[in-house]
Design a protein around this ligand. Structure first.
Ligand code: NI
Length: 143
């Protein structure tokens, strides 16, 4: 009988400030490209982060991964690092990359993928709602 595969997701909310500004572009180009998100004094979002992992359902426990472990990893490695911080000025997680939700998803993936893998399943999806209107999904780098 084939092994059933499932995906489980945890969700956390965090608040953070940022400014979209590409250092490769001039001030005028940045202002034109990012508009109000280039505001020199920054702005903030209430982010909604969804972390999805995929793996076989353990026949004994009935779980892909213990949700408590997944919650703890996301809490310790992401929430406690980014909540109420300035994503550009306070943190190293983006490594100088522009603090778009795309780059944030990649940075979170890099942090979480090895942590999840240590429990067995694979990180499957990072989904970030930067606002009710703006959503980014990331499924890892192309091989
Ligand atoms: Ni923004």
């Amino acid at each position: 009988m084939p092994t059933p595969i499932a995906e489980i997701t945890v969700r956390i909310e965090f608040s953070a400030a940022h400014r979209l500004h590409a250092k490769e572009l001039s001030d005028e180009e940045n202002a034109a490209l990012y508009g109000p998100c280039n505001n020199p004094n920054s702005h903030g979002h209430n982010y909604d982060l969804f972390v999805t992992v995929r793996g076989p359902i353990d026949p004994v426990t009935g779980m892909v991964m213990n949700l408590n472990d997944l919650h703890r990893i996301v809490q310790e490695r992401i929430f406690s690092v980014v909540d109420h911080k300035h994503l550009d000025d306070d943190l190293d997680v983006l490594g100088g990359r522009v603090s778009t939700a795309e780059n944030l998803a990649v940075a979170f993936w890099e942090i979480l993928a090895p942590e999840v893998q240590a429990f067995g399943p694979e990180l499957s999806l990072i989904r970030i709602h930067e606002s009710r209107a703006n959503i980014v999904e990331y499924r890892g780098a192309q091989q």
